[in-house]
Design a protein around this ligand. Structure first.
Ligand code: ASP
Ligand code: MG
Length: 461
């Protein structure tokens, strides 16, 4: 069995879905479980609908739901115009939108928007897309069964970012998929959507469909997990910033996890973990160019040493903690991290000196309480004008001269912090946000352009 996940742009419209279905059609021998995202931009629209519901602005919410219904109905008509199931599919779309309208109406009149309600609203995008695509696949001769992802992906009751229960998922998925497969060519389900053990709808957090795919792959012991997007796999840097990026044909699970975590937008950061558990290869492929090679994400021993990419994170926060009380005192770090843990703020990079701790974290986190608590025993300085650049590659510590070259290419900017991961997979720098783009271009140029550096080289020339 294989899992094929298609992101929003791969199911954006009739043309994209038609292409996607033909990609699935080529893989039927491998028994695909197809996992789909919402049509592109639909989840954003659903977030706006929840905001309206929270503000009790029913009129605005209804307007957006009209847009949602119109887009999906038009799509169903276009995809199914020559088939007998068009009316049935359109009726389903209408029903889903009507239920959503009623639910949003109820939230507006109650005047209370909980995360539980929010997740129910947000989950409708994948429900709509998977419903329509299931009809379209059947209409094109692929006998496809629809499976409700909430029966398979069990999470905690953190409704907007459910924590998957791996054991429950592993126990449920094989049977559900096997049953759905009887007499069918393919199975389709929703990405992103999950449920608590009690069956209440949750979602996995933004971009969570990749994660759904790898959870299902893990549970099925799949042969491979394919993540179909709109770019040719993973690149050496973000092509929106760097003009001459190269595509990477293979990277290790660890490299991919670091890249996803440190800014590359190709994969949801949690996607790798379930795949690693069962050593399942993950392929990042382009649905606009199905013949392309893409990127294979494999076990580390199948991957060459060397620099693979330069990633960045623009919206980070640098926290400097200064206290003379930490000099020669044990337990200070514990005290500091107990506070981060208490307020559930997660930290990326850490660097300490005798009286100073510097930490970076995602800039979207609310750290007011943390700062308040730390200020009781230390001086705390919060800096939001910084960005982080990470050079990622397997065993990069073995690359003689890497640091020298990288630092040389950073000669025009201040470097506030350097951190080399214990995993030897990542060296990160904190620079001013204003100089970040130039710095990424410079570092990339040094590592991948000027030197004709190839992945696998042991030296930086
Ligand atoms: N539709 C969800 C989102 O946009 C999940 C996903 O596409 O991965 O965040
Ligand atoms: Mg995505």
């Amino acid at each position: 069995m294989i899992v094929m996940k298609f992101g929003g742009t791969s199911v954006a419209n009739c043309e994209a879905i038609t292409r996607t279905i033909s990609i699935v059609g080529d893989r039927l021998a491998q028994k695909p479980v197809v996992v789909v995202s919402a049509l592109s931009k639909v989840t954003d629209l659903l977030y706006r609908i929840t905001d309206c519901a929270g503000a009790r602005d029913r009129e605005a919410a209804d307007g957006y739901i009209d847009d949602l219904a119109a887009r999906h109905t038009e799509l169903a008509k276009e995809l199914l115009k020559d088939s007998g199931s068009c009316d049935e599919a359109c009726a389903k779309v209408e029903e889903i939108c009507r239920e959503l309208r009623d639910f949003v109406g109820a939230v507006c009149s109650l005047g209370e928007l909980t995360d539980r309600s929010r997740a129910r609203i947000i989950s409708r995008g994948e429900w709509l897309s998977s419903t329509i695509i299931c009809y379209a696949m059947n209409a094109r001769g692929i006998v496809t069964r629809f499976v409700d992802a909430r029966r398979m992906i069990v999470t905690s009751d953190c409704y907007m970012k459910g924590e998957p229960d791996m054991a429950a998922i592993a126990a449920r998925v094989p049977e559900i998929v096997a049953e759905a497969y009887s007499g069918a060519d393919a199975v389709i389900t929703q990405g992103f959507i999950a449920a608590t053990a009690k069956g209440e709808t949750t979602v996995l957090g933004r971009g969570g469909s990749d994660y759904s795919a790898s959870l299902i792959g893990m549970a099925l012991d799949a042969e491979r997990i394919e993540i179909w997007t709109d770019v040719d796999g993973v690149r050496t840097a973000d092509p929106r910033i760097v003009p001459d990026t190269k595509s990477i044909s293979r990277i290790s699970f660890e490299e991919a996890a670091e890249m996803a975590h440190f800014g590359a937008k190709v994969l949801h950061p949690m996607t790798i973990e379930p795949a690693v558990m069962k050593n399942i290869p993950v392929y990042v492929l382009n649905s606009m160019n199905p013949a392309g090679e893409g990127t294979a994400i494999l076990q580390s021993d199948r991957i060459e040493d060397g620099v693979k990419s330069v990633s960045y994170k623009e919206n980070i926060l640098l926290l400097n903690i200064f206290s003379t009380k930490m000099i020669n005192v044990s337990g200070f770090l514990q005290k500091v991290f107990a506070i981060f843990s208490q307020y559930k703020v997660s930290v990326d990079l850490i660097s300490t000196s005798e009286a100073n701790i510097s930490l970076t974290m995602d800039g979207n986190q609310d750290i007011d309480e943390v700062v308040k608590a730390l200020s009781e025993f230390a001086e705390v300085d919060v800096d939001r004008d910084k960005a982080q650049i990470s050079v990622i590659g397997k065993n990069i510590v073995n690359l003689r001269g890497l640091l020298k070259q990288t630092m040389a290419s950073l000669k025009d900017c201040n470097v506030y912090m350097i951190s080399q991961g214990a995993s030897f997979v990542n060296i990160s720098f904190v620079v001013d946000r204003s100089s970040m783009k130039d710095a990424v271009r410079e570092v990339h140029k040094y590592l991948f352009e000027d030197n004709g550096y190839e992945s696998g080289d042991q030296r930086i020339r």
